[in-house]
Design a protein around this ligand. Structure first.
Ligand code: ADP
Ligand code: MG
Length: 333
């Protein structure tokens, strides 16, 4: 995991080089939420960036399913939720409903069973069905900030925690009057304001078929979240088969999608993160229908067929990195 972090960090540095600039800055690179995080603030503001890092660690302590307060709640089948957890759960339940359950915070039992990236276990059908039975909202009972988990239900915020944290970072940038900043939490990017030289930020989109430093295109943006999910990020192989970390809540198994990565561009980190996971599960056609029916975000969809679909709202902001073997198309409303 640590190795992965440094590789990612390298990739991010590459992205940042695209926007090198001559103004004073504060920067921090930390390992948090199981990922490499990088924060850069212009002009320099150490007080703001230190407070932001403290908050990232606070969110991690609450939401980590392996050693945080969430772990305690799952183990004890409930308890009193701290501030960020209550907020993330409330957002998650709304986003689960909106995505027709393709994103769900109630999949903890299924996710822990597979343990992609930790125990890497292929469960039996029987084990999967048992875990699936407690992996929908019926396993949750809420009394204000008090939660009860029924029949072995477990919560998981792996698909939204970093997006939520990036929303909190954006709020802190605004509260601190920061003009310009670049925040990356494990590849979930938020670009705040314009670059110090007044230009747009360039955010690279990783090529799922390439190494950590390969990208298939870039987006010129300001004040936007760019959040990606893909099957190339976390997976294991067993018996000649590949098992990745994005679960189809209908089957409890890794989603069999015609997409290999989904990148959501929008004004909300939490929604972008939940959507990037949900739209991967849905697949290309359903993802585009979801985009047409719901405003407020744009997409880059990368298909298994090497077709890249960019939605019209960001078509002008997107520059393909030609020569990578992809074909590019624009989707209209
Ligand atoms: P990343 O963590 O790499 O940013 P995602 O945002 O797509 O990727 O989140 C994937 C993680 O979310 C998985 O590792 C798992 O813990 C959890 N997860 C997997 N499938 C779902 C799903 N359908 N709904 C909600 N959470 C999921
Ligand atoms: Mg996600």
């Amino acid at each position: 995991m640590i190795k992965r972090a440094f590789v990612l960090l390298l990739a991010l540095n590459l992205i940042f080089l695209l926007c090198a600039c001559g103004q004073s800055e504060s920067s921090r690179q930390v390992y948090v939420m199981d990922s490499a995080a990088s924060l850069r603030v212009f002009p320099a503001n150490d007080e703001a960036i230190n407070a932001m890092c403290d908050t990232l660690f606070e969110i991690d302590r609450e939401l980590s399913a392996t050693n945080g307060e969430l772990f305690e709640i799952n183990e004890n089948s409930g308890g009193n939720m701290p501030r960020h957890m209550a907020e993330v759960l409330s957002l998650s339940l709304k986003l689960a409903e909106k995505t027709g359950g393709a994103f769900s915070p109630c999949l903890g039992a299924v996710i822990d069973l597979w343990g992609v990236g930790s125990k890497n276990y292929v469960p039996t059908e029987r084990e999967l069905q048992t875990a699936l039975r407690v992996s929908d909202v019926s396993g949750i009972e809420l009394f204000g900030d008090e939660i009860a988990l029924r029949g072995g239900a477990r919560l998981s915020f792996g698909a939204i925690a970093k997006g939520y944290a990036s929303d909190v970072m954006r709020d802190m940038l605004l509260q601190n009057g920061v003009e310009s900043a670049l925040i990356s939490l494990g590849g979930n990017v938020y670009v705040h304001g314009k670059k110090p030289d007044g230009g747009m930020w360039n955010v690279a989109i990783r090529d799922p078929a390439g190494g950590a430093n390969d990208w298939l295109g870039s987006l010129a943006l300001s004040d936007k979240f760019v959040i990606s999910s893909g099957d190339y990020e976390r997976f294991f192989e067993s018996g000649g088969k590949r098992y990745h970390h994005i679960i189809d809540p209908k089957t409890g198994a890794p989603a069999e999608s015609d997409l290999t990565a989904v990148c959501v561009v929008g004004e909300s980190g939490s929604a972008g993160d939940a959507y990037s996971t949900a739209l991967y599960v849905m697949g290309r056609e359903a993802a585009l229908s979801f985009w047409r029916e719901n405003g407020g975000f744009e997409l880059v969809l990368i298909g298994r067929d090497a077709r890249v679909t960019v939605t019209e709202g960001i078509a002008d902001a997107f520059t393909p990195n030609e020569g990578k073997g992809y074909t590019y198309e624009t989707a209209y409303r």
